[in-house]
Design a protein around this ligand. Structure first.
Ligand code: PAZ
Length: 337
């Protein structure tokens, strides 16, 4: 693998990153479709939420055979997108290719494969009539009806990424497009984005060969993208980021640090093993004061919990989206004064 001095030691700034790493090939096309979508939503008076979802890969070779990945299945993003649609938002769903998507997530090939509940009508000797197993009918009808309605009204737009590089370029471009919405834009950044990457200048062109003993790879830090998102790309949008930790002790301190560093509105902290039934909203206690993350009184924490034993069908994203809808409302009205 070749090395350059581009990044040794000093982390990439967002500016250096975009000056040295190549955009994904479909970027212009993706952006013009987003522009059309946003234009229509503005005309029809809807709020728009950008939901990012799923994990990013970090390729190790230019002709990529191997890559690093993470655990995210995209459940949080896909589920939340459905509740945002229900709450009247138009949704730009920016997700990792092949991760879960709104509506089809109910029929994931690994947890609920649809072939298992389709039957060939026994009276149909040609085998041309397919029916849905009775126990599945009510839910399928419900999901299908909402799905069709969402597509007819044109309130869901889907974009895909694979690598962390695709993600960063898309996020920057889409957030600039959303800036025309001002305070009516909401950013819900639930994707699990790699903190480290291999700049293309350091990548091997071809498949890394074995036979030379162990493999040592030094990765660079992915630039902290929330800062330019808040300060440059989209000024008035309501920005919600997620913080995932595995040590519960770190959840609140790290969420506070993110808020004071980037100056956005909410960090939703979640523990890897408890994320499906417990999250914490961390936000500034007083939005006009500069935040010092060493001062707990500068922050407010609000826990949202559900009890799966009481109601197995309940999804925590429903409560997350309700809470955010109210906060976004308050944000719009506070800025309007
Ligand atoms: O995709 P999923 O439902 O399996 O997991 C969701 C999540 C834990 C990735 C998300 O809630 C989150 O915390 N995203 C941000 C992760 C981070 O970069 O800290």
């Amino acid at each position: 693998m070749s090395t350059t001095s581009e990044s040794s030691g000093t982390p990439f700034s967002a500016e250096t990153y975009f000056a040295t790493q190549l955009p994904p090939p479909n970027l212009d096309q993706d952006v013009s479709r987003v522009r059309e979508f946003v234009k229509r939503q503005v005309k029809e008076g809807r709020r728009v939420v950008l939901v990012t979802s799923g994990g990013t890969t970090v390729p190790l070779e230019l002709n990529v055979v191997r890559f690093l990945d993470n655990f995210s299945a995209g459940t949080r993003g896909a589920t939340s997108a459905e509740y945002f649609l229900k709450a009247g938002y138009a949704v730009i769903f920016m997700h990792r290719q092949f991760s879960l998507q709104p509506f089809s997530r109910h029929y994931s090939h690994s947890t609920h494969p649809f072939l298992d509940f389709l039957d060939v009508n026994p009276a149909d000797t040609d085998g041309h009539q397919i029916s849905v197993t009775p126990v599945e009918q009510a839910q399928l009808l419900n999901v299908l009806t909402t799905y069709k309605k969402v597509h007819q009204t044109g309130v869901l737009h889907t974009l895909t990424f694979v690598t962390v590089n695709d993600y960063l370029w898309l996020l920057r471009a889409v957030s600039k497009e959303l800036s025309v919405l001002g305070r009516n834009a909401l950013f819900y950044l639930a994707a699990a984005v790699s903190d480290f990457f291999l700049p293309r200048q350091k990548m091997s062109e071809h498949k890394i060969q074995s036979g030379k003993g162990s493999l040592h790879i030094e990765m660079d830090q992915v630039p902290k993208i929330l800062k330019p998102l808040v300060n440059e790309w989209t000024r008035e949008g309501f920005i919600v980021s997620f913080k995932l930790e595995t040590d519960p002790e770190l959840l609140i301190p790290k969420s506070r640090t993110a808020l004071s560093r980037y100056g956005h509105q909410v960090v939703i902290g979640n523990d890897l093993h408890r994320r499906k039934f417990e999250v914490v909203f961390v936000s500034p206690a007083n939005s006009t004061k500069p935040l010092d993350d060493a001062q707990p009184s500068n922050f407010v924490e609000t826990w949202i919990r559900i009890d799966p034993a009481q109601d197995p069908a309940k999804e925590i994203e429903e409560d997350i989206v309700t809470e955010l809808g109210q906060r976004h409302d308050a944000w719009i009205h506070a800025l309007g004064q």
